[in-house]
Ligand binder design. Structure first.
Ligand SMILES: Nc1ncnc2c1ncn2[C@@H]1O[C@H](COP(=O)(O)OP(=O)(O)OP(=O)(O)O)[C@@H](O)[C@H]1O
Ligand SMILES: [Mg+2]
Length: 293
């Protein structure tokens, strides 16, 4: 197997709340191969965004290492030596990407700005042509080029944010709940777009979501996080067929049932499970579960 694009190894990140120390991410390890959509799921507060922020060098982890294209991004010297590559080849799309677009800039300016900042010579002749190309990638026409974000729908704005990220030709897209603030109908469109980007253009994603239903549709492998730890990693089909950790089972049982009667009569999942402990153990090929040693 080739070296992973992203190799997260024993990652630990703590937050201090006064005298309390919270291990938001506790000894987390996973690898993402080039061209795959890797899902990270778990309930609110389980540590997903903290992992994403460590991967993006927004947080400096307390322990562990993160290799991106073989570069140890937690090592200041390696980070400095590869600054431009790290700023362009890793891109973050998040829930509020759409609303954080600069309202005073046109779509063309927004999409082309990172290229201008990084002084990248536009391969298609001009920054405007570049913006047009990236918009086409995400299913928006050139009629959007001169519009302002306020003139677009929420789904269109999120596409613009994605086009802006894609303009850097990233090797890795970190998508932290990128559809959570969109209407349900638009959510499906954006998910289809991600799938298209992966299947047709070979983009690699770390895709973060609350619920397994979205991940089931999109991801080739999934890691389940609970209270700062990964409790299970498996190929998606296998995780749904044969969930091994009690928390994964609880999450699966929380996927809404279309029948309202059945939905109402269903018991609530046991999210008050004890804090996870143990080590990730391979239960079947490629299927790891947290077990007491
Ligand atoms: N900047 C911060 N300062 C202090 N504590 C934080 C900070 N950010 C996150 N936390 C805490 O760390 C834990 C993990 O938070 P994180 O945002 O990573 O969870 P999450 O899985 O992304 O949740 P959500 O699904 O709600 O986005 C939570 O208990 C949270 O309260
Ligand atoms: Mg989060």
């Amino acid at each position: 197997m080739t070296a992973p694009l992203l190799d997260v190894c024993h990652l630990t990140h703590v937050f201090r709340h006064g005298r309390l120390i919270l291990r938001a991410v506790d000894d987390v390890s996973f690898q993402i191969q080039e061209g795959e959509i890797f899902g990270l799921v778990g309930e609110s507060g389980s540590g997903k965004s903290t992992v994403a922020r460590c991967v993006m060098n927004i947080y400096r982890p307390a322990k562990g290492s993160i290799l991106f294209q073989g570069i140890d991004i937690c090592d200041p010297r390696q980070r400095r030596a590869n600054q431009k590559l790290l700023q362009t080849k890793r891109q973050l799309i998040f829930q509020d990407s759409a609303s954080s677009l600069d309202q005073r800039m046109t779509v063309a300016e927004i999409v082309a700005e990172p290229m201008a900042i990084h002084r990248i010579v536009p391969p298609r002749g001009s920054l405007r042509e570049e913006a047009k190309f990236q918009l086409y990638y995400v299913g928006l026409g050139e009629d959007c080029l001169d519009k302002y974000p306020t003139e677009l729908s929420g789904g269109q704005r999120q596409r613009v944010a994605i086009a802006r990220a894609l303009s850097m030709e990233p090797a890795l897209l970190v998508a932290d709940e990128p559809i959570a603030s969109l209407d349900v109908s638009i959510q499906a469109q954006i998910l289809n777009l991600f799938r298209h980007l992966q299947e047709e253009h070979g983009f690699t994603f770390l895709f973060i979501a609350h619920d397994l239903a979205v991940v089931r549709y999109l991801c080739s492998r999934v890691a389940v996080m609970f209270r700062g730890k990964i409790v299970e990693i498996a190929p998606t089909g296998e995780l749904f067929r044969d969930p091994l950790h009690p928390y994964t089972r609880a999450l699966l049982s929380a996927i809404p049932i279309p029948d309202p009667q059945a939905e109402r009569s269903r018991p609530l999942p046991p999210f008050d499970l004890p804090a996870p402990q143990g080590v990730l153990t391979e239960a079947a090929p490629g299927h790891y579960v947290l077990r007491s040693p």
